[in-house]
Design a protein around this ligand. Structure first.
Ligand code: HEC
Length: 185
């Protein structure tokens, strides 16, 4: 299984899929539990990133899609889209996993920052107070009205529990909702 823990913007997701570059006997059993973090591309700029933190090693090379293999496990300046991550060992055997770099609009990026700053541990990393988990983009987008009602209107009580967002952060929620409450806004 390929595990992906993206803490840059508080995303936790599961990657899937596995293939071998070289299917001959020499490479049988080449199987890496590839783990990485990623950040989306924000505001129409190719500024997404992927950082592979397992496996690491002097003899390993890392590659995205059909790009050049490199020793550096960090990739920056990425456009939104789907990526195959390759980990290649000194025998030339490899394992892969795949991921997507999302395209966030600037207003949604601000919402992600508010949620990762104020809504854990109650609603993040598996937390589901009030039946509400906000780990994924899909759950945040689906909850746009509840987030506004609880954080901006404070009905019946304000979220975050035991506090309130600043007027500036409340305005960021209002602006995102008015823009259409999508991840691309
Ligand atoms: C210290 C824990 C804590 C924090 C931090 C917190 N919440 Fe909650 N949240 C709760 C609890 C407990 C409930 C269930 C009781 C209730 O609804 O008041 C809840 C319920 C909710 C609900 C579901 C209920 C509804 O009205 O739809 C939403 C949505 C929500 N919170 C949003 C947020 C957001 C967004 C943040 C961050 C800005 C946040 N919460 C921060 C504890 C917390």
């Amino acid at each position: 299984m390929k595990r992906l823990i993206a803490f840059g913007l508080g995303i936790l997701a599961l990657g899937a899929g596995c293939s071998k570059q070289d299917n001959n006997d020499r490479c049988v059993g080449t199987n890496y539990d590839i783990q990485f973090t990623k950040n989306p591309a924000i505001g129409g700029v190719n500024n997404g990133s992927i950082a592979i933190f397992y496996p690491r090693g002097d003899t390993l090379r890392y590659q995205l899609n059909n790009g050049a293999p490199q020793a550096n496990p960090n990739f920056t300046g990425l456009a939104p889209g789907n990526y195959v991550i390759w980990v290649i060992n000194k025998k030339g055997c490899s394992d892969t996993t795949s991921t997507t770099i999302e395209a966030y609009g600037p207003k949604y990026a601000a919402i992600k920052q508010i949620i990762s700053g104020y809504c854990g541990p109650c609603h993040l990393n598996g937390g589901a107070s009030g039946g509400k988990n906000l780990d994924t983009d899909a759950s945040i987008v689906a909850s746009w009205d509840r987030i506004r009602i609880r954080c901006v209107n404070g009905a019946p009580t304000f979220m975050p529990q035991n506090g309130q967002l600043t007027a500036i952060d409340k305005q960021k929620i209002t602006d995102w909702v008015n823009a259409g409450h999508r991840i691309t806004d």
